[in-house]
Design a protein around this ligand. Structure first.
Ligand code: HEC
Length: 133
């Protein structure tokens, strides 16, 4: 009994450490105001190429040239069902805030990259248009 309990705690803790954290509810409620918008997609493509491609890859497969050996590994957006299963606000939150203790930096206002909400939504529009499978 005691052993089962310890084992479940270990599984729980390691599971949590590996998973990308869930965005808070107010973020999860957000919808991309420029989803599918052509100009936003074009702008997002440039930003993605400059800031994200080296890890997330040109094809969104998580195999960019700087992605090798990163742990936890870089998220592949083009995995079947992946982007369909992620809410806009979840993607937004991680891009804005980063994922603590991983190589996923924060890119939002006030960071070194200082990307506005418009920039972040443009990147999400691009990623969805290009990598959704
Ligand atoms: C230095 C490598 C690196 C760069 C550059 C990078 N990322 Fe990431 N990204 C990661 C890693 C590693 C993870 C996985 C984090 C985790 O497991 O918690 C990740 C995860 C994500 C996720 C997953 C969020 C989710 O909930 O599914 C999104 C979205 C994302 N990155 C977007 C971006 C965008 C947009 C850019 C460019 C502005 C970018 N990343 C730049 C390494 C990178």
């Amino acid at each position: 009994m005691k052993r089962t309990l310890i084992m479940s705690v270990v599984t729980l803790v390691s599971g949590v450490a590996l998973a990308i954290p869930d965005a808070p509810a107010d973020y999860l409620a957000k919808k991309n105001p420029v989803d599918g918008n052509k100009e936003a997609i074009a702008k997002g493509a440039k930003l993605y190429e400059k800031r994200c491609q080296k890890c997330h890859g040109e094809k969104g497969d998580g195999q960019g040239k700087s992605a090798k050996d990163l742990n936890p590994e870089v998220t592949a957006f083009n995995k079947p069902g992946y982007l369909k299963g992620r809410k806009d606000g979840q993607l937004y939150w991680i891009i804005e805030q980063g994922s603590p203790k991983t190589d996923m930096d924060s890119f939002g206002p006030g960071t070194n990259y200082n990307h506005s909400a418009d920039d972040i939504w443009a990147m999400i529009a691009y990623m969805r248009s290009k990598f959704t499978k």
